[in-house]
Ligand binder design. Structure first.
Ligand code: DMJ
Length: 467
């Protein structure tokens, strides 16, 4: 997708005509017809602010940590996850730089990656994280820029990760050594076993080698096959025995993107098996995990076998779910749950990692600069066209800047109560948090219908079908 292939901005007379026609249709149309997506106009001033803040973080990353995985935004020192850099921030940030039209910075970043990113390292890496951040970022970077060096890197990485799937069940080990292919970490969860198909599948389609799609799809299907009789998955899974080690079921961390990839695998590849798995899963999620407390919709935890409520906990990671509900067509639940996410955010002016939604009190007080609530605001704005979501995004962004901005970037919070900062700025801030803010306020920057975002917000398209 070339960034230039973006939606044209409607001229003012066309916009006026659309409003008049909309009003006529509103009066005449049946309720179902009103659900059609209406892309909001956005806010150029807010988009410019977001871009300015993104540049503040990026410029400091460049100055103090160039080539390293991350910048520590309080001490202005670099951090590498595994002692050696895999360029998490440069790869995660590349497509955001392109979408924001920061061409000079994007070119410099792309050269850094193409020339210096080297996967031939004797280190155990997390299969899931490296796939969603690095493979996802390299693939979307390739699709946006046409730079074949990025595709070659993605392929090299994919080949090095393949041994992860060599378990007795086909479920991937949590860690694989990039040089030797040795594996470790039999203990894993559905998010880690089931969030690989978008990246590995795209790699197969782009290279013509079916092995990647096949391995990742098997891992997804093996996860699904282990659902309980009532259709839920748990939280802990052993890749060697295939047995559950933790029966807790939720939409939160450890399960979250497993659901996401069931739907998105269908959306990106049109794979009917993925649609069937989604259809066999989402009713159970809505039945056993959804929770109505005083007229408000939340999603809590339940035992995967009995469906009994295990905890009334919801958090920053769960806040992706309104976006997924909206993308899959359930705007009613999506809107209600998003209102609850905003309530969680407003408890202390910025969201904590987790709350007990029944008592409305904090369970885990940190804020990691997570994107999920912004992501859902973006999807809801796209699908409803309701200006309320632009206003919501403005509130979120104002708070984000107010509490997280530092002299050298953006910092996580130790506690949303005290607002004390932590010396950490994860690469997903560049890949996701700023990107979803930007696209919320400038929807014309990308053709939404042409792409499917991986769980790290890297837009993937059917590039193999329409090169
Ligand atoms: C990101 O790496 C991805 O969005 C993942 O699916 C969940 N956690 C972080 C952001 O919070």
């Amino acid at each position: 997708m070339a960034p230039t292939a973006s939606r044209p901005r409607p001229s003012s007379w066309r916009a006026a005509l659309a409003v008049i026609l909309g009003a006529i249709l509103w009066a005449a149309a049946p309720a179902a017809a009103l659900a059609a997506p209406a892309v909001p106009a956005g806010s150029p001033a807010m988009a410019a602010r977001v871009k300015g803040e993104f540049l503040h973080a990026w410029t400091n990353y460049r100055r103090w940590a160039w080539g390293h995985d991350e910048l520590r935004p309080l001490s202005r020192t670099p951090r590498d996850w595994y002692g050696q850099s895999l360029m998490m921030t440069p790869v995660d940030a590349l497509d955001t730089l392109v979408l924001m039209g920061l061409d000079r910075q994007a070119d410099a970043d792309r050269e850094l990656i193409a020339r210096r990113l080297d996967f031939d390292k004797d280190i155990y890496v997390k299969t899931f994280e490296v796939t969603i951040r690095l493979m996802g970022g390299l693939l979307s970077g390739y699709e946006l820029t046409g730079d074949k060096r990025l595709l070659a890197k993605a392929r090299d990485l994919g080949a090095r990760l393949l041994p992860a799937f060599d378990s007795p069940t086909g479920l991937p080990y949590a860690y694989v050594d990039l040089r030797t292919g040795a594996t470790r970490g039999a203990a894993t969860n559905p998010a880690e076993t089931g969030t690989l198909i978008l990246e590995f599948g795209s790699l197969s389609k782009l290279t013509g080698d079916p092995v990647y799609y096949a391995k990742a799809k098997r891992a997804l299907a093996e996860t699904f096959a282990r659902r309980s009789k009532i259709g839920l998955v748990g939280l802990g899974l052993d890749v060697e025995t295939g047995a559950w080690t933790d029966p807790d079921s939720s939409i939160g961390g450890g399960d979250d993107s497993y659901y996401e990839y069931l739907w998105k695998c269908w959306r990106l590849f049109g794979d009917p098996d993925c649609l069937a798995m989604w259809r066999a899963t989402i009713p159970a999620v809505n039945r056993y995990l959804a929770d109505d407390i005083a007229g408000r919709l939340w999603y809590g935890h339940a035992d995967m076998t009995s469906g009994r409520r295990a905890a009334t906990q919801y958090g920053a990671l769960d806040a992706f779910f309104p976006g997924l509900l909206a993308l899959s067509g359930d705007l009613d639940r999506a809107g209600r749950l998003q209102d609850s996410s905003l309530r969680m955010w407003n408890l202390h002016g910025i969201e904590p990692e987790a709350i007990d939604y029944k008592a409305m009190r904090i369970v885990s007080p940190g804020y990691e600069l997570r994107p999920e609530i912004v992501e859902s605001t973006f999807y809801l704005s796209h699908f409803t066209g309701d200006p309320k979501y632009q206003a919501m995004g403005r509130t979120l962004f104002d708070d984000f800047v107010k509490y997280d901005r530092t002299r050298y970037g953006y910092a996580a919070l130790k506690s949303v109560v005290t607002k004390e900062k932590r010396d950490a700025m994860e690469s997903f801030v560049f890949a996701e948090t700023f990107k979803y803010f930007y696209l919320l306020f400038d929807p014309s920057a990308l053709d939404f219908d042409a792409v499917t975002f991986n769980t790290e917000a890297h837009p993937l398209r059917r590039a193999w079908a329409h090169p």
